[in-house]
Design a protein around this ligand. Structure first.
Ligand SMILES: Nc1nc2c(ncn2[C@@H]2O[C@H](COP(=O)(O)OP(=O)(O)O)[C@@H](O)[C@H]2O)c(=O)[nH]1
Ligand SMILES: [Mg+2]
Length: 296
């Protein structure tokens, strides 16, 4: 059988589990996840390599807010996701299906490629609760197939993949088959640090932070990383540092464990906090921090 390769876009509201699904299929942390909406800021490719095919997943932010230049960038990253793919997966959260989801599905009724609707987080639901949702979804007759999955428990991912494989055209691999993302490892490291900050910091602060790697020294068996956590005010800076540096230490330590795993190398992580008011509104700072229009 000839080798196949192509793109699959994962679309959906914030927080439905798009990044979790891509990570679960690929088995590596390609895209960070968190219980807070709007965790993903860029369009990120997750590359699933098998002996028979290469399936490139396009993970996007699921975004509505365009009040800042960052929001605008994220919105662009999210709408450019569906273009040029060989299949579209619209992901729903079993516990929060509503009109936003139904409207999103409708938007793809004239899509030129197969559209799949996938209900995620079934581990949090039951058949009784799911049934009325599935009944309503069935009315979208242009949808090629419906799946119910759990990205967290890795349920039904195999049957979803089998169907998606059929959508791929014959062709050579689009990316080197020994890579699992288009993003450089420095980007992944910065994102892991941001994920830990998202995890430990409360409320509005995470949306106003960015991470910039300032030093990335790879030696034979160890990697030294230094990074700035950029925030918007002195008040936020205090909170990010925490009493006696405790918060910064917590973020650094858990990031270190995960980056060491990702790099397969003993890693040290040293964090600093910098205040750059309004960085989210400065095109110049945004591109400095890795949010480049040219990547979309
Ligand atoms: N219980 C459960 N939680 C999930 C599942 N998939 C994702 N999540 C959680 O949902 C939250 C949002 O996931 P994320 O992948 O960041 O969503 P995204 O914004 O769509 O990329 C995270 O806390 C995930 O751990 C699932 O199948 N079951
Ligand atoms: Mg995401």
């Amino acid at each position: 059988m000839a080798f196949k390769s192509g793109f699959v876009s994962i679309l959906g509201k914030p927080n439905v589990g798009k990044s979790s699904l891509v990570n679960a299929i690929i088995g590596e942390k390609v895209s960070i996840t968190s219980p807070k909406p709007q965790t993903t800021r860029n369009k990120i490719l997750g590359i699933h390599n098998t002996p028979n095919y290469q399936m490139v997943f396009v993970d996007t932010p699921g975004v509505q807010n365009t009040k800042t230049a960052l929001g605008e960038y994220m919105s662009k990253a999210s709408t450019s996701g569906g273009e040029g793919s060989d299949a579209i997966v619209i992901l729903l959260d079993a516990t929060s299906v509503n009109d936003t989801d139904y409207n999103l599905i409708k938007k793809y009724q004239n899509a030129k490629v197969p559209v799949y609707v996938v209900v995620n987080k079934i581990d949090l639901s039951s058949f009784e609760k799911l049934y009325p949702v599935l009944d309503k979804l069935n009315k979208f007759d242009f949808v090629k197939k419906f799946f119910t999955i759990s990205a967290l428990k890795k349920q039904n991912l195999d049957i979803l993949l089998e169907d998606l494989e059929n959508c791929l055209p014959e062709g050579e691999p689009l990316y080197p088959t020994d890579t699992y993302t288009d993003r450089p490892i420095k980007f992944i490291a910065a994102e892991i640090i941001r994920e830990k900050a998202l995890l430990y910091l409360q409320q509005e602060i995470p949306h106003g932070i960015a991470v910039e790697i300032t030093k990335f020294d790879e030696a034979e068996d160890s990697t030294k990383i230094e990074a700035d956590i950029i925030c918007e005010s002195e008040r936020h800076k205090k909170i990010i540092i925490g009493a006696g540096g405790s918060m910064l230490k917590k973020i650094g330590m858990s990031a270190r464990v995960e980056i060491s795993n990702a790099l397969d190398s003993n890693t040290s992580v040293k964090l600093f906090v910098k205040v750059k008011p309004n960085w989210r509104d400065s095109k110049y700072l945004l591109s400095d921090l890795g949010y480049n229009d040219k990547d979309l």
